[in-house]
Design a protein. Structure first.
Length: 530
């Protein structure tokens, strides 16, 4: 039917047939350029077109062969719904491709759909060939300028193998009524175009299909509003979450001031499995900060150790501090997602904890000092409690735990042993990741704790264990276990007695070990857990 991509002897489609096929699809003027000067040959074109393109489709509601050129006018009033056309359409292999300016208008009109009823847009893809190579204008350019979220998702689903969202489209001057003439780049990706057009919903859809090069180029070569930059940074945060998925992290995009007091983009990757904090500069993206939420900076540690040395708060000052917290705590909690604790302190940190200034202040403990998450503001510098009266704020790193004592994940090193701590045998002979420190007990008058024997002995080799410490073979225990996610400390104890006797399910089995604590100073209150 087609030759060199064109209908033989038929450069255009009669408007009435086009209206018949697309009546429920198109809301634009069905007139096609070129018809007006061919009125004398209209009947010839109509009959030729009907014979070559319409009559072969026996599965559709065909037009009788006896219909004359006059009878065709009646098709304008016939009711052919889009749903009927989609159900019965077998036209995809033979209907002419989009190759004219009117086709661009038709496609653009479909893309501009109201965003909820995509039937017209889908019909363009399903009933017509969308010959990208011969299309007068790259369809993705139209989608980037006019497309809704729903339209973009449909294009990706329907033509994901045919379209390359990261390919730069050539943009001619005056295209699409000149809406892109102010854009300096003459070649750009759909994401770049939608970002330039400030089409936030469109960008939210397109950015998911952009590779890193495309995303970084747009971030760094276009002026971004705060809301647009937040979309880009949120997407980077999601990709970092996938990149560090083995850590099961939480990623917080935000801003941090550099040495020149300028704000730069940062992404804080939080995970309890991070042993050492790291700052990694990613070109075109920003600073990636790897942080353990249960580890604080030196400033916080220094202030915590020295704040009680000769400093105190009077009852009157404590009352003023509580008044400030009661008045502002709700606002602070709502506006700052990285805020962990609000408290009153008699000292204020200076020079990152090197000096302490004695003064009443409100301390805001956060996860990472200096980082402001996207969509939020900096912490206030003071809290007003009355007219012309305020209390200054000191920001420190810190986290909240129940129980009134310092704790953290069991796989962290604990200078004070607690129930729940991860422990293991000091060598690497037992490679099982260790086990759990159980209840504290007195064994032969010495402070000890219980655990399972299989944690400290290789029961896969020796099916039966009956061990008593006699000085010949000492089994030392460390916290956390060697092979866990954290470096181990020095041995915290040694095995005094252990029994592993696994029997059948009907019989009683024993799996227990008693570990004597080497240094009683490493223990804490026996009810504390990690």
């Amino acid at each position: 039917m087609e030759k060199d991509g064109k209908m033989p002897g038929l450069p255009t489609i009669p408007a009435t047939l086009d209206k018949f096929v697309h009546g429920a699809v198109n809301s634009f003027d069905p007139a096609v350029p070129g018809i007006a000067d061919q009125e004398d040959n209209e009947e010839e074109h109509w009959l030729k077109y009907k014979q070559q393109t319409w009559e072969p489709y026996h599965g559709c509601r065909s037009i009788p062969n006896s219909m004359s050129v006059v009878d065709k006018q009646a098709t304008d009033s016939a009711v052919y719904s889009l749903e009927d056309m989609l159900k019965s359409a077998t036209l995809e292999s033979t209907v002419p491709t989009f190759q004219t300016k009117s086709d661009v208008a038709r496609f653009t009109s479909a893309v501009k759909g109201n965003g909820t009823d995509l039937q017209a847009f889908k019909a363009v893809f399903q009933i017509k060939h969308l010959d990208v190579e011969h299309f007068p204008l790259n369809p993705l350019l139209i989608v980037a300028v006019f497309g809704s979220h729903e339209a973009i998702e449909y294009v990706h689903k329907w033509r994901s193998t045919a379209f390359n969202w990261n390919e730069r489209i050539r943009i001619e001057s005056g295209v699409l009524d000149g809406v892109l003439d102010e854009m300096t780049d003459t070649q750009a990706t759909p994401l770049y175009i939608a970002t330039f057009m400030r089409r936030l919903p469109t960008v939210k859809s397109l950015i998911k299909y952009a590779d890193e090069g495309n995303l970084v180029y747009c971030m760094n070569n276009l002026p971004l509003s705060y809301s647009m930059e937040s979309v880009y940074m949120t997407e980077v945060g999601e990709r970092l979450k996938m990149e560090y998925s083995q850590l099961k992290p939480a990623v917080v995009p935000g801003y941090k001031k550099d040495m020149n007091d300028s704000w730069g983009k940062v992404y804080v990757v939080y995970s309890p499995d991070i042993i050492h904090s790291k700052d990694l500069e990613r070109e075109g993206i920003g600073l990636v900060m790897l942080r353990n939420p249960y580890m604080v900076d030196r400033e916080a540690v220094s202030v915590s150790q020295n704040k009680d040395a000769g400093y105190g708060i009077s009852k009157q000052e404590m009352g003023r501090g509580r008044q400030a917290i009661e008045s502002h705590s709700k606002t602070l909690w709502c506006n700052h997602s990285n805020l962990n604790i609000i408290s009153v302190s008699p000292v204020r940190s200076k020079r990152k904890g090197a000096e302490l200034e004695q003064c009443l202040c409100i301390v805001l403990y956060c996860s990472t000092k200096g980082v402001v998450p996207i969509g939020e503001n900096e912490f206030p510098r003071k809290l007003d409690i009355a007219e012309n009266e305020s209390i200054s704020i000191d920001v420190r790193e810190g986290y909240f735990v129940f129980g009134g004592y310092n704790t953290g994940p069991g796989t962290c090193y604990h200078d004070k042993l607690k129930m729940g701590c991860n422990i293991g045998e000091v060598t690497t002979q037992v490679q099982n990741g260790g086990g759990t420190l159980g209840p504290f007990v007195q064994y032969d008058g010495r402070l000890s704790f219980l655990t399972c024997a299989h944690v400290l002995f290789d029961v896969n080799v020796s099916k039966h264990v009956d061990f008593t410490e006699n000085g010949n073979h000492r089994v030392d225990v460390v916290q956390p276990a060697i092979g866990s996610s954290r470096p181990s400390g020095t041995p915290c104890g040694f095995v005094q007695r252990a029994i592993f006797d696994a029997r059948t399910a009907k019989d009683i089995s024993i799996d227990v070990a008693v570990v004597e604590i080497s240094d009683i100073n490493t223990t804490t209150k026996q009810w504390e857990i990690c």
